[in-house]
Unconditional design. Structure first.
Length: 197
């Protein structure tokens, strides 16, 4: 009988501790449990129109996620507006937690992870070149014609260069702004002017 009472008391204590320790998140809680950020723009058919400010003309580049070929492998189709016959197709891996370029053997070259911290570097070697994607910010506000978005700011550099392409990526809407140098002191920017989702 004594063992049964001790067992019942222990079961009540464990049950009480479990009940108190496993409270459901309260939407009014000023300190909610943090959640892992996720990318939600990985849907076939999503399309971005980016207006580029070239030196002599303005052009619109269209980016489209084509078919999901399985395992988060998407056709990544780009073309210049008005030149639909010259589409370029490459492949991207876009899951809820990772954005990566895929080579012909489906090897992933990570650009960004949703859990990235400032200073994280993703790098790979292609031939004799070392390509790096460095996370410079995880919450840069970027204003474009379709709104203002909190973005990851990621700088791509090759070998020892310090001035390379910069990507601004929102976790829900994807590509918001792209900047790349074309000559010393001259940078071309592409900003989001339309998205279909």
């Amino acid at each position: 009988m004594k063992k049964t009472v001790h067992f019942l008391l222990l079961a009540i204590m464990v049950g009480t501790i479990s009940f108190v320790g496993c409270k459901k998140d309260d939407p009014d809680d000023p300190n909610p449990t943090p959640t892992t950020p996720t990318f939600t723009f990985n849907k076939s058919g999503n399309e971005w129109h980016m207006a580029f400010n070239y030196i002599t003309t303005n052009d619109t580049m269209i980016i489209k996620l084509g078919q999901n070929l399985g395992n988060n492998k998407f056709e990544f189709i780009t073309w210049q507006k008005g030149d639909e016959l010259n589409k370029d197709t490459s492949y991207m891996y876009i899951s809820s937690t990772e954005l990566a370029e895929l080579d012909s053997a489906d090897v992933k070259y990570t650009w960004l992870k949703s859990t990235a911290k400032v200073g994280d570097v993703y790098w790979y070697v292609e031939g004799t070149d070392t390509i790096k994607y460095t996370v410079q910010s995880i919450n840069t506000n970027v204003a474009v014609p379709v709104g203002t978005f909190s973005c990851y700011k990621v700088k791509q550099t090759m070998n020892s260069e310090t001035d390379g392409m910069t990507l601004y990526i929102n976790k829900d809407k994807g590509f918001i702004k792209i900047e790349f140098p074309v000559s010393p002191g001259v940078t071309v920017s592409g900003v989001l002017i339309y998205k279909n989702f």
